[in-house]
Ligand binder design. Structure first.
Ligand SMILES: [Fe+2]
Length: 229
């Protein structure tokens, strides 16, 4: 089985080179959907479909993962204003607000990618992972009162979101590189870099906020000790 698919992959690869120069519509092309192929010779098409079978399934994975991320970004655009509103620390509020603008740009970048490969962004199913991560954030907001402790929990939730995005964009970038879609890989890498910077910023902000929250806990414990002394 493994040998079979390996052999198919090699076929796919060599036909990919051929199809790039002949703009095969079954192959991703960064300059568009490559629909300018002459479809008159049906036999020739059949042969090409067969030989690019493996590559087409890789294309399907690439597209469905892009759509997943588009759904994720759209959900985040909806959720970030509530997270910014819920944050007590000003620096954290700003980080969420800035990331909202950045997320809008990242969604536009994905739209650009869909346009280039001639695929529909709207066919995306809702990203369930992001839906769950956002729900967890909403639970934090309803469970904790505004203050440093809630901020600590909000940062943990936000970093889980960033790590999901880092994993997704990292994989998409690698896949684009494998498929020799270098320009798309560069676009995805830009977003990946932004997610990593946001994650590092949240870690930095957490250092201060964790200390603030800890001071609150220490004060509470001192009060309890005084009461029972
Ligand atoms: Fe993002």
């Amino acid at each position: 089985m493994a040998t079979k698919s390996k052999s198919k992959g090699r076929n796919g690869k060599s036909s990919s080179k051929t199809s790039k120069s002949s703009s095969n519509k079954n192959t991703l092309n960064q300059s568009g959907s490559s629909e300018n192929m002459d479809n008159n010779d049906e036999n020739e098409n059949e042969n090409k479909n067969e030989s690019t079978g493996n590559e087409r399934s890789l294309k399907d994975v690439f597209i469905s993962q892009l759509q997943d991320m588009y759904s994720a970004e759209q959900q985040l655009i909806e959720a970030l204003p509530e997270m910014a509103e819920a944050a007590y620390d000003e620096e954290l509020q700003d980080a969420f607000s800035n990331h909202l603008e950045q997320t809008k740009r990242q969604a536009r970048r994905l739209e650009k990618i869909f346009k280039r490969i001639g695929e529909d962004k709207d066919e995306a199913e809702k990203c369930k992972a992001m839906e769950g991560l956002i729900e967890e954030g909403q639970e934090i907001i309803s469970e904790f009162e505004e203050g440093p402790t809630r901020d600590v929990a909000l940062i943990i939730g936000a970093q889980k979101i960033e790590h999901y995005e880092i994993a997704s964009y990292g994989s998409l970038r690698s896949l684009a590189e494998t498929m020799q879609l270098d320009e798309l890989a560069r676009i995805l890498d830009k977003t990946l870099e932004e997610e990593e910077i946001t994650d590092a910023l949240l870690t930095e902000i957490a250092e201060d906020i964790n200390m603030d929250a800890m001071e609150d806990v220490t004060e509470e414990l001192e009060d309890v000790e005084e009461t029972y002394a």
